[in-house]
Design a protein around this ligand. Sequence first.
Ligand code: ATP
Ligand code: MG
Length: 681
Amino acid sequence: MEKILEQLNPEQREAASHIDGPMLILAGAGSGKTKTITTRLAYLLSIGIDPANTLTLTFTNKAASEMRERALSMIDNPIYPPLLCTFHKFGLLFLKFNIEKLGRKNDFVVIDTDDKKRIIKNINKELPTSLVASEISRYKNSLVKPDEAIAQATQPNYKMIASIYRTYQDYLLENNLVDFDDLLMLTYDLLEQDSNLRKDISNRYQYIMVDEYQDTNELQLQLLKKLCDTHTNLCVVGDDDQSIYGWRGANIKNILEFSNMFDNTKVIKLESNYRSTKEILEAANLLIDHNRNRLGKRLVSTRGSGKPITLFQSSDENEESDKIARAIKELIDSGVSAGEIAVLYRINALSRSLEEGLNRAGIAYQMVGGVRFYERAEIKDAISYLRIIANSHDDFSFKRVINRPKRGIGKATIEKIEKAAYEKRLSIFQFLSETPKDELSKLLSKKAYASVIQLINDLETLQETLNRSTMDFIEILDNIIGLKEYYSSMPDGMERVLNLDEFYGLFRDTIKKNPQISLDEFLNEISLQSDQDQINGEQISIMSVHASKGLEFAHLFVIGMEEEFFPLLGDGCDIEEERRLGYVAMTRAKETLTLSTVQSRFHKGRRKHLEKSRFLTEAGLLKGSLVLEKSTNYKKGDLVKHKLFGMGRVLEVTRSGRNFKLKINFGGNHREILSSFVEKI
Ligand code: ATP
Ligand code: MG
């Protein structure tokens, strides 16, 4: 078991082998925090702690699966794997087993942000949907219930939002839906209400670990406290300088005050960075040093010097993306694998010009985030059919696909059906399948009646098919419903059909791997797919800085290094959070880092002249002009060649402003020349 700890440095080892009591591992980027808790998990299992007694929480599925793989590779396979997942996945599992205690059925469906917005839009069209959506999220994450929200609201707009919140929550309840925030809020509610359940769960999870702890919010903290009801074996790791979810309610105080909240906290600091070259680390440290509200940590490079940071300066976004595409091509041509390359941007809108440039150059890329696979219309339609089949109460999905493919059922008809179903306190599906045919035919037009009867028959056939066999179910579904046929006639039909094929393939694969999986389980799995899950090794990745959290790439580009874009300036801008985002971005790089800035950019319908980002200056990369050379390859005695003076030998190397100056002996003539004007031979 000592072997497991061998690959750690002394501080990491101390942390990984500390077993009982609260612990905070506080350290900068790339210092091995994730590696340390992964190793700690393996260590706990190796000394005989039951995997079922551990719980390791992270923020993305990708991070969770990487950690699981690494932890398990260090030890003999345990009888069953430890639970290592995102907060939301944990909530989902917990609710599957316990939501009935809240008087709800456990065949609930998890809705995504897009679904959430549609529901809100149906309730209210006056206030901007995304504002209402984020305010509802804020309420839930601060544990404010609809009634409290209504009582607290003073401003007219907030009164309206609070009442939308109530209607929205009622709608979810009626349709047995839960949103992402509910996964945590309902879990908390259950643990809060039921002290026996709380004790049980806390006794089950004796050893709890949390990665990226700096991004937890109030709800997550309160949830963790409930999970620690009977013990304080909570080990959290984080970096206050990487807290980037303030806008989503993450509370940096959770990390700053951890030791005050949990008595006898062991605090461990890690001070060696194993990820980035000295140049990259120095620039990132210089940048973050400009924040006042921070704990301040030491972080020294263990990797030594590499290449200087490169600054690309272009006149506009087209030149920028061409330059980046060219640089990426050179890397790939020189043998770098595409999976080691990423381009980051602060806001998603900047991806368009970048994508165009990559397309022009024929570079395959995958966008992490943006319009995600599961958010495409055709995929959501297929999912909606599956949801209706899994849960006949799901009116929301029913309404989405009742006229997709087109069945001649218009808006007025849908409203009529919905109203009649509501009066009988039935879901739409139940209403249509249970109401006597003559009654239905009176309610609907002839055409609509025929279509509805056909649809209900089809859905019932599919339910029966599913009970018989799951293997060819998805093909039968497409045959009966005809989604591929419907989408194939659209202008971008080919792509949509390919997407559907991919989704059907995924369904079959999942069943093959896990024949016991229920349709519910399948649906809930995919609703929790995070952005990072889409990364695979063969293409370069492009993504927002937020999506890059915890990841590392050998070669990294960051575009849009201009005032207004990075830092993003405007209402509610928090410059310190912007700087932390800058720090996160730069510290994803292992070998080379290229920062790119343009003189003007087309944005929101007009061309804008832009200033270079203050972060470039703060990181010591801009002193009036180009990059500060941090080191030089030249030393006394080197042979060099100059265009005019020919061959010579270096006598002395000195710094000259941001560059290095060489004193060179050209056949007896001594000259002082900037290092960039000669070539080494
Ligand atoms: P972030 O703050 O970005 O999440 P982190 O602190 O979690 O970073 P890790 O991702 O765990 O850092 O580690 C960064 C890199 O350093 C990884 O490639 C990891 O394998 C390597 N590393 C960590 N500790 C050591 C060590 N003791 N010896 C060698 N390599 C290490
Ligand atoms: Mg990490």
